[in-house]
Design a protein around this ligand. Structure first.
Ligand code: AMP
Ligand code: ZN
Length: 664
C-alpha cells in the first residue's frame, strides 16, 4: 500500500470507530488502541503534509484560534418554535392545522433538547461550515469549534445529497457537565450554572482546543435543502442516521393528538432517565408536503409546536445552615435540607451563595422552603413558605468568625462574599492552595492526590507548596496507605513538575482571580515572576484584558512577605519562574495587530509550525476570511472559495516565502 492509501485507510477506520463509540455508543476497540492508531495517523500526516485534509479525524483535537466569528447568512432561515403548555393548547393547534390541510395528519414527536441550535452545511459529504442560529437570518460561523465535537461527522457515509443543511442542538450531557463543574469547584472557580449555557458558551470560545476538551454532542432534528427526495420528517431522521448523524431513538411517529399527549406525559415523567436535559417535546406534522401547505408565521413554522414542561418544585424543611471555607478563604453558606425527591434525584443540599441571599430570602433554620430545579442541575431555594413558619424561629445571624479557625471574617467593600483572612493558619486554605497547586491544570503532579496533601499538612510535613520539593521518600512512607512504590512516584512526580512552563506555574500559585487565561496573559506580558512581582497596579491594568480587580489581587499577593519567601524558595528548587530562553528567543511583536488566515499545504514548514510562528510573533491565527483579515498565507492546493473570498475583500494573498521574509 502506498502512503496515501495507508493514510486514507487509517482515516476511514478511525472514522468508523469514532462513529461506533460516539453515535452508536458501542465501541469495538479500546480507547488505548484507538489512541495508538490516531497517533500513527498523526505521524503519517506530519511527515506528509501534502495529504493534509481538514476533515481528517486528527483535526478533532482542535487548535485553530478564532478571534472574531464571521457573520454568515443562512441559506434557509432558522425559525423559532411556538410554545404550548397544556392539552388545550395542543388541541387548538390541531384544529388550526386541520382547517389548512387535506387528508389525515401524522405527527413526529421528538424531544426538545436543551442546548444551542446549530446549522451545519455539508457539501460532497464533507462538513463545509457550522453557523449558530443568531437572529435566524444570520449567525456566527463557528466551524473550527464544531469540528471538535465527536458526534459531528466530518465525512458522511452512504447515499447523501450533494449539498444540504442539517440542524440540531449542541448539548452537554449531564455527566460531563457535572465533571466540568467538579473541576471548577476544585479550582475555586464559580461553577457553571447549567448545561445549556455552558454548551452555547463553549461554541464561542476562541481556542478550539478548549472546546475539544468539553464533552459536547450534536443531536440532530431537521434537514433542509433543494431536491432532497425526502417525503416526511421521520424519513429525514432515518436518512440522517444512515449518513452518520446522531439522532436520538426516542423520536416517535404517531397518528393522533391523543398519542402526542401520551408521548408528552411519558417524557415529562421519564425525562430524568435521559443522559441530557430536555425542556419539553417538539411535535411536527410529519408529511413535508403538508408542511409546505402550512408554511410559516413571521416567527415560527405553523407545522410544529413545542410543548414545554413545567419547572419542577418541591417543598422541604431547612434543617441547618452550615458554612464552607474555600481555598481562597471565601465562605459559602450551605442549606442542609430534609432529603427530598426532585427531578429524578434526591436533594439534600443547596447553595445559599452569600449573606445577601440569606437576608433577601429571610431564610431561617426550621423553615419550610421551596426548592426548584429549572434549567439548573444544582437546586435552588426559591422562597420560604411563610405560611408554615413556626412562631419561634429566630432570624439567621450570619457567622462572624471562621468555622475552621475562629478568625474574625472580613467582607471586602462591594463584594458579596465574606472571607477568612487567616491566610497561613486556616487549614482548608492551606490545604486547598496546595491541592490547587498540584491539580491537573496547574502543576499536574502525578502520584499525589488531594487526600494525601491533607495528610501531609496534618502530619506537619508540608505547610505550603514550596515544601513539596523538600519531601523525601523516607518521610512519606510512614503515611497511611503509602507503599514504597507510591512514595517514589510521589517524589518523582514532584521532581517532574519542575519542567512545567511558567504560565502554568503562575496559575498554580493560586492568586485570586488569576485563572488559566489570565495567567497566560500575564506570563506572556511580563515574561518572569520578578517582573510581575514588581509591577504596580497602574502597570498591570495597562495590560490587555487585565482589570483593576485582578491587578489589585496580584499586587496584594506579592505584597505578602510570606508569598515572596515561598516564590524565592520555588526558584531555588528550579521551578520555572520565567519564560524559557528558547521560547523567548522566538518571540517578537512583528505581527502585532494582524489577523492571518493560513490555507493549503506548505513546503518549508508545516501548517502547525506556521500557525505557531504567527502566534509567537504576536499575530492572530484566524480560521476564516473576513474584512478584518490582514493576510492570507496561501500554500499549495488552497481552496478556490478562500481565494475568491480574499480577492473580493481585497485581502493580500502572500506565499509562504513572502511570509517568512516578513519575519526576517
Ligand atoms: P425556542 O428557543 O424556545 O424558540 O425553541 C426553539 C428551539 O428549540 C429551536 O431553535 C431548536 O434549537 C430547539 N429544539 C430542540 N429540540 C428540537 C427539536 N427536536 N426540533 C426542533 N427544534 C428543537
Ligand atoms: Zn479560617
Amino acid at each position: 500500500m502506498n502512503t496515501k492509501d495507508q493514510i486514507e485507510a487509517l482515516r476511514d477506520e478511525l472514522r468508523q470507530h469514532n462513529y461506533n463509540y460516539y453515535v452508536l455508543d458501542n465501541a469495538t476497540i479500546s480507547d488505548y488502541e484507538f489512541d495508538i492508531k490516531l497517533k500513527e495517523l498523526q505521524a503519517l500526516e506530519e511527515a506528509h503534509p501534502e495529504f493534509f485534509d481538514a476533515n481528517s479525524p486528527t483535526q478533532r483535537v482542535g487548535g485553530a484560534v478564532t478571534k472574531n466569528f464571521a457573520t454568515t447568512v443562512h441559506d434557509f432561515r432558522m425559525y423559532s418554535l411556538d410554545n404550548s403548555y397544556s392539552k388545550e393548547d395542543l388541541l387548538d393547534w390541531e384544529t388550526r392545522i386541520k382547517k389548512m390541510v387535506d387528508g389525515d395528519v401524522q405527527y413526529t414527536c421528538e424531544l426538545k433538547y436543551d442546548g444551542a441550535s446549530m446549522n451545519l452545511t455539508y457539501e460532497n459529504g464533507k462538513l463545509l461550515r457550522a453557523v449558530t442560529r443568531g437572529d435566524g437570518v444570520q449567525g456566527d460561523e463557528v466551524t473550527a469549534n464544531v469540528k471538535t465535537i465527536n458526534t459531528v461527522p466530518l465525512q458522511l457515509k452512504g447515499d447523501y445529497p450533494d449539498r444540504f443543511d442539517i440542524r440540531g442542538e449542541i448539548i452537554l450531557p449531564i455527566e460531563g457537565f457535572l465533571k466540568m463543574n467538579e473541576e471548577r469547584i476544585a479550582n475555586e472557580e464559580e461553577p457553571y450554572r447549567n448545561p445549556r449555557n455552558t454548551a452555547s458558551g463553549s461554541l464561542k470560545l476562541q481556542d478550539s482546543a478548549e472546546v475539544a476538551k468539553r464533552p459536547l454532542e450534536f443531536l440532530l432534528y431537521s434537514i433542509k435543502g433543494n431536491d432532497l427526495n425526502i417525503q416526511t420528517q421521520y424519513e429525514g431522521l432515518d436518512k440522517a442516521r444512515e449518513w452518520g448523524f446522531k439522532v436520538p431513538n426516542e423520536a416517535k411517529l404517531v397518528n393522533s393528538i391523543d398519542a402526542v399527549l401520551d408521548y408528552v406525559e411519558y417524557w415529562d415523567k421519564h425525562r430524568h432517565e435521559l443522559p441530557y436535559e430536555i425542556d419539553g417535546v417538539v411535535v411536527k406534522v410529519n408529511n413535508l408536503h403538508q408542511q409546505d401547505e402550512l408554511g410559516f408565521t413571521a416567527k415560527a413554522p405553523r407545522w410544529a409546536m413545542a410543548y414545554k414542561f413545567k419547572a419542577e418544585q418541591v417543598s422541604t424543611r431547612l434543617n441547618e445552615i452550615t458554612y464552607q471555607v474555600g481555598r481562597t478563604g471565601a465562605i459559602t453558606p450551605v442549606a442542609n435540607l430534609e432529603p427530598v425527591q426532585l427531578a429524578g434525584t434526591i436533594v439534600k443540599r443547596a447553595s445559599l451563595h452569600n449573606a445577601d441571599q440569606i437576608e433577601k430570602l429571610d431564610i431561617r433554620e426550621g423553615d419550610e422552603v421551596f426548592v426548584e430545579k429549572g434549567g439548573e442541575i444544582i437546586p435552588k431555594i426559591i422562597a420560604v413558605d411563610l405560611s408554615k413558619r413556626p412562631v419561634d424561629l429566630r432570624p439567621t445571624k450570619y457567622i462572624t468568625t471562621c468555622p475552621e479557625c475562629d478568625t474574625e471574617l472580613h467582607r471586602i467593600e462591594g463584594e458579596a462574599k465574606h472571607y477568612c483572612p487567616n491566610y497561613n493558619g486556616c487549614p482548608p486554605q492551606v490545604i486547598g492552595r496546595i491541592q490547587h497547586y498540584i491539580s491537573r491544570k496547574a502543576m499536574d503532579i502525578e502520584g499525589l492526590g488531594g487526600e494525601t496533601v491533607a495528610l501531609l499538612v496534618k502530619e506537619g510535613l508540608i505547610n505550603d507548596y514550596s515544601d513539596l520539593y523538600d519531601l523525601t521518600v523516607d518521610q512519606v512512607i510512614p503515611l497511611e496507605r503509602m507503599a514504597e512504590k507510591s512514595a517514589e512516584n510521589l517524589i518523582s512526580g514532584v521532581e517532574a513538575s519542575k519542567k512545567i512552563p511558567f504560565e502554568r506555574v503562575l496559575f498554580a500559585l493560586g492568586i485570586r482571580y488569576v485563572g488559566e487565561t489570565v495567567a497566560k496573559k500575564l506570563a506572556k506580558h511580563y515574561k518572569s515572576i520578578d517582573a510581575l512581582m514588581n509591577a504596580s497596579i497602574e502597570d498591570l491594568v495597562s495590560v490587555d484584558e487585565i482589570g483593576e480587580r485582578i491587578a489589585e489581587s496580584v499586587v496584594e499577593f506579592f505584597g505578602s512577605e510570606e508569598n515572596r519567601r515561598i516564590v524565592e524558595r520555588l526558584k531555588t528548587f528550579g521551578v520555572q519562574l520565567e519564560i524559557s530562553a528558547e521560547k523567548l528567543a522566538n518571540q517578537t511583536e512583528k505581527l502585532k495587530g494582524l489577523s492571518i488566515v493560513v490555507s493549503g499545504v506548505f513546503e518549508k514548514i508545516s501548517r502547525n509550525e506556521l500557525k505557531k510562528l504567527i502566534e509567537d510573533n504576536g499575530g492572530k491565527v484566524s480560521s476564516s476570511i473576513s474584512s478584518k483579515t490582514s493576510y492570507l498565507v496561501a500554500g499549495d492546493k488552497m481552496g478556490p472559495s478562500k481565494r475568491t473570498k480574499a480577492e473580493n475583500l481585497n485581502i493580500s494573498i502572500i506565499t509562504e516565502q513572502a511570509f517568512l521574509d516578513i519575519l526576517k
